[in-house]
Structures are given as structure tokens and as C-alpha cells.
Design a protein around this ligand. Structure first.
Ligand SMILES: Cc1cc2nc3c(=O)[nH]c(=O)nc-3n(C[C@H](O)[C@H](O)[C@H](O)COP(=O)(O)O)c2cc1C
Length: 190
């Protein structure tokens, strides 16, 4: 596949985060020609409209990666049945200022997934994020169903995904998502 640029965002800042490991596993299962750069959210301040100008450098860096990407892959944990504040805070920053929102976010397809050590695999957090993506006009790609990684502690060993069925699933999702992005690009070029 030719030159697909993806931005990956983990909703967890924790070292050893299952969601960051999941994102890194996706990175290893991308089709040829696709590359995924992992956005760093650890230096995003708490959103404050008084601090929008000058824009914090960490926010500007992720905005410029998003501007030139074809699609976004999100791996989110679930906190108290919702999306983590880290992820919401990041998109509040990334959606600003309103006159730049379209070029940074609108129309960028999202591949959404998440992991949890429990039996529900972040499904509520994923659901909770849908209204935000709708507001930001970011279509969530769902042709191959949900990726909900339950019992994450059994699937990763020493920081690596060891569950072969999940590896295969990630590869299929990544291939499907990249195919979709290429189709969109071809349509836009027409
Ligand atoms: C404040 C807090 C709330 C949590 N709430 C949930 C929850 O609602 N559902 C769930 O499955 N796990 C919940 N967990 C457990 C997280 O899924 C677990 O900490 C997970 O490892 C976080 O993702 P990470 O490994 O990517 O950091 C919660 C953890 C914290 C710290």
C-alpha cells in the first residue's frame, strides 16, 4: 500500500500501559507502506482557554501531525465507565481554535480500540467517545466490528502482545482501515 500516514493516540500516560502497548502492537502489524507515529500527550496541560495563545508546543506538534495524516488510531482505557480525561483533554486542545478544526480533524477517519484488565475491555469508554468524534466530524471506521481487548494482563508478556489471535485481528483491522483510507484518497483525487 502506498504511503499511508497514521497518527496513533493512547489515552493512557502510564508507563507499561496496555493501551500504549496495543498501539505499539498495531504499529508492528501495519501493511507495507503504512506508518504510524505515536502522539505524545504527556506534556499537554489541562485545557484552559486563557492559555490558548501561544498554543503549548506539545499541542502544536500533535496538531501538525494530524493535519498531514490520513487517519487516526485511538487506543483508550476506560475510567469509571467513561473515556479518560487525558483523551478528552487532548481533543479539547486539538479542536482549537475553531477556525483550524476543519483542517486538523474534520473527515479524518478513526480506528477505535481499547484494552482493560477486566472483562469489558473498555467498551463503555469507546461508546462514550463516539459523541465527541461526532462533534469533531471524525468518522469512526467500523467495517470489521469492535476491538475490545478484555483481560489485557493475559495478552501481553514483558511488554509485548503474545495473543496470536489478537495479533491476527489487529493485522486484519489495520489492513482494512488502510484500504479504506486509500479508497477515500482515490475518491478525493477524482
Ligand atoms: C480511575 C480509574 C478508573 C477505572 N475504571 C475502570 C472502568 O470503569 N472499567 C474498566 O474496565 N477498568 C477500569 N479501570 C482499570 C483500568 O482499565 C486499568 O487501570 C487499565 O490498565 C488502564 O489502562 P492502561 O493499562 O492503558 O493504563 C480504572 C482504573 C482507574 C485508575
Amino acid at each position: 500500500m502506498s504511503n499511508i500516514n497514521l497518527v496513533g493516540i493512547s489515552g493512557s500516560l502510564r508507563s507499561g500501559s496496555y493501551n500504549t502497548l496495543l498501539l505499539e502492537a498495531v504499529q508492528r502489524h501495519l501493511p507495507e507502506g503504512a506508518r504510524l507515529s505515536v502522539a505524545r500527550l504527556d506534556e499537554f496541560p489541562l485545557f484552559n482557554q486563557d492559555r490558548e495563545s501561544p498554543l503549548p508546543a506539545a499541542v502544536g506538534a500533535v496538531k501538525s501531525a494530524l493535519r498531514s495524516c490520513d487517519g487516526v488510531i485511538i487506543c483508550t482505557p476506560e475510567y469509571n465507565l467513561g473515556m479518560p480525561g487525558v483523551l478528552k483533554n487532548a481533543f479539547d486542545w486539538l479542536s482549537r481554535p475553531p477556525q483550524e478544526q476543519a483542517e486538523v480533524l474534520h473527515g479524518k477517519p478513526v480506528l477505535l480500540m481499547g484494552a482493560s484488565p477486566g472483562p469489558f475491555g473498555s467498551i463503555s469508554a469507546q461508546n462514550a467517545s463516539l459523541s465527541m468524534f461526532r462533534a469533531l466530524r471524525m468518522p469512526v471506521w467500523n467495517e470489521q466490528g469492535l476491538i475490545v481487548v478484555t483481560h489485557a494482563g493475559d495478552r501481553f508478556k514483558d511488554g509485548t502482545l503474545v495473543d496470536e489471535a489478537l495479533q491476527q485481528r489487529l493485522q486484519q483491522q489495520a489492513e482494512g482501515f488502510c484500504r479504506h483510507l486509500l479508497q477515500l484518497r482515490a475518491r478525493n483525487d477524482e
